[in-house]
Design a protein around this ligand. Structure first.
Ligand SMILES: [Zn+2]
Ligand SMILES: [Zn+2]
Length: 264
């Protein structure tokens, strides 16, 4: 089959926080509930696609986030040179998904029309809305538009056989998820359409939100797009690294294979 792909989740950072920070309305138990940061690699007969580009060390420091293994090291660990990457799917332009503009000099970026409209439009006149964007990262993407390196999409599009993007919105206006056919069924990389398993399983909403209704509808769409609920991979959940097998023994807790079956 030429339309099945390997998927790797590469963990590069972590933020220790309390559960109350992860939900609108807080959390009654309010214990520690850290989130982690990933980029994802889709690899197959139609080339290598990177999903999101993460943040860089200066922004990590300013925003008090910890980078464990830098993204370029994670890519190197699975034998991918950043300059070899030709296609990058940017799920949305939030600061933790859209940095490292110079790391991928030969890549074309795939973005939803309305995400750029949102990130450069009137909502950004409000501090509460723009705080989760890095101005420099948005400007870097505008520069890529002018360099002819961005392809805009509107809604659902197949980028290659077995790889498609789907506009979900909600958390950010132009947020998209990625649907990937694998030998183990159809996996959906939710990115921030569902930060943690608890969001999708408990119908709860992360505090950073453009439209709560679209977040909740999005959970249903993610489940419909995937072979099963177990095939939906949330964007910031540390449990992903426990549920899925490591890419190799040396990469345990760092790089997981999402085209394999998750535990129980
Ligand atoms: Zn986000
Ligand atoms: Zn995020």
């Amino acid at each position: 089959m030429t339309d099945t792909h390997e998927i790797y989740a590469i963990n590069y950072g972590k933020h220790e926080r309390k559960a109350s920070e992860n939900y609108i309305g807080g959390d009654p138990h309010d214990g520690p509930e850290p989130i982690v940061y990933y980029v994802w690699v889709i690899k197959g007969a139609h080339g290598t696609f990177l999903v999101d580009t993460g943040f860089d060390p200066p922004v990590a420091q300013r925003r008090n986030r910890h980078i464990g293994h830098p993204i370029n090291e994670g890519l190197k660990a699975i034998n991918i040179a950043p300059e070899s990457i030709k296609d990058i799917i940017v799920t949305h332009l939030h600061w933790d998904h859209s940095g490292n503009a110079d790391m991928f000099p030969n890549a074309r970026y795939h973005l939803q029309d309305c995400e750029m409209e949102y990130a450069t439009g009137r909502c950004m006149c409000h501090q509460q809305q723009r705080a989760v964007f890095e101005c420099d990262y948005v400007v870097d993407m505008v520069r890529k538009v002018y360099a002819g390196r961005v392809t805009y999409h509107n809604g659902a599009v197949e980028l290659a056989p077995g790889i498609s993007i789907h506009h979900i919105g909600g958390h950010s206006k132009g947020l998209q998820c990625v649907r990937v056919n694998t030998k183990n069924g159809v996996v959906v990389l939710a990115s921030d359409c569902a930060h943690l398993y608890r969001h999708i399983d408990e119908g709860r909403v992360f505090p950073i939100t453009y439209n709560v209704g679209d977040v909740l509808e999005g959970y249903q769409t993610l489940k419909k797009l995937a072979s099963s609920r177990a095939h939906v991979v949330p964007g910031h959940d540390p449990k992903v690294l426990d549920l899925y097998p490591a890419a190799s023994d040396a990469l345990r807790g760092w790089v997981a294979r999402l085209d394999a079956a998750p535990k129980g």
